[in-house]
Every structure is written in C-alpha cells, then in structure tokens.
Design a protein around this ligand. Structure first.
Ligand code: ATP
Ligand code: MG
Length: 175
C-alpha cells in the first residue's frame, strides 16, 4: 500500500499532541517534498509514533521536539530529534532489545514496557529499511527511520496526462 509521508508525520504528531502539551513541549513536523513509501501504513505509523512518544517522554518540560521527513538518495528518512536526557553510549546498542530500558530509576517515572524501539527496528527491517541513532547524555537524541522511497502513482498519472495533451494537439502541416 502506498503511504503518504506528510500525512503519516501529521498523524504521528497528533498522537503525542496531548502528552506534549502537558509538558509544554513544542512538537513540530515537516515533510520536504511529495514523499511516499510502500508498506503497511499501521506499522509504519506505529514506528514513527513510538519515536515521537519517546522524544516527548524523555525530554524536559518546555523543550522542543522536531519530526523531519526528507528524501535521501532513493530513500525517505524520517528523523525525530529531541533535547532530552539522552542515552549513554554504552546503552545504545541495547535499547532496541525487547523490554530493555535504560536506568530503571529514571524509567520508572515514565512507565513504559521497553517494547517501543524493538517495534521500530522490526518495522524498519521488514520494510527493507533501517534505524539510525545519535544521542548524547544531557544533550538529546535523534532517531531516524530510513525506508525505500516509492515513486507515486500520481506522478506517473501526471506523465500520462501530458502525453495525451501532446496527442490531442493539432499537428501543423509541413510547408
Ligand atoms: P514503551 O515504548 O514500550 O512504552 P520504553 O519507552 O521504555 O517503553 P523503548 O521505546 O523501547 O521503551 O525505549 C527503550 C529505552 O530507551 C527507554 O526506556 C529509554 O531509556 C531509552 N530511550 C528511548 N528513546 C529515548 C529518547 N528519545 N531519549 C532518551 N532515552 C530514550
Ligand atoms: Mg517508548
């Protein structure tokens, strides 16, 4: 199924809107261009929503979270960036494991199960994509899901339309 990335980014943000408002977090989304991927819309939405949910959950009140989708080579990259607590380098490879949570003491206050990122990784892999992380304790985190870009039906329809226009045009008789 064709998935419109601009719509998906809006939906993911909508899902975390109340949580963000409760912490006065500015939550913004941007999609550069007409981006589409091929896949399971519910799964991809769940993956991006999990990243947005984490960004809001692990950020202080009054901070900012940005979701940016852009084309990168033949892929679509959806990046969620926060200015939150960050993740120690030594923990980064483990956060994608099921039920793994960094520092149970801080995790207790956010009350998750530790499944979110394992779902993100699974969805990316099953769609031929990958997940990238950058994080610095005390600075923030940035998670990207990269998925193969799908050239849209509307673009090819537009092309067929132009061809029809050409065919309908009255051909000038040769002199
Ligand atoms: P769940 O998503 O199942 O409700 P969770 O958020 O604890 O629970 P994951 O989303 O898998 O589980 O994240 C695993 C751990 O990685 C989190 O407990 C947290 O310690 C850390 N983490 C994830 N995202 C961020 C982030 N944006 N900033 C800081 N730490 C994060
Ligand atoms: Mg989570």
């Amino acid at each position: 199924v064709d998935v419109d990335i601009a719509e998906l980014v809006d939906s993911a943000i909508e899902r975390s809107r109340t949580d963000a408002e409760a912490k006065q977090i500015s939550l913004r989304g941007r999609t550069d261009g007409d981006l589409h991927v091929l896949g399971e819309p519910d799964q991809i939405l769940a993956a991006v929503s999990n990243l947005v949910e984490n960004a809001v959950a692990y950020s202080p009140e009054g901070s900012r979270v940005a979701v940016v989708a852009a084309a990168k080579d033949s892929r679509v990259q959806i990046t969620v960036t926060d200015r939150g607590i960050g993740i120690p380098q030594a923990e980064i490879e483990r956060i994608f494991e099921r039920f793994y949570r960094v520092d149970p003491a801080r995790a207790r206050t956010t009350g998750g199960t530790g499944l979110g990122l394992s779902i993100v990784k699974h969805v990316a892999a099953s769609h031929g994509g990958e997940v990238k992380v950058w994080s610095e304790p005390g600075q923030g985190s940035s998670f990207s899901i990269c998925l193969p870009r799908h050239e849209t039906a509307s673009e090819s329809e537009a092309y067929v339309g132009n061809e029809t226009d050409d065919a309908d045009r009255v051909v000038e008789p040769l002199p």
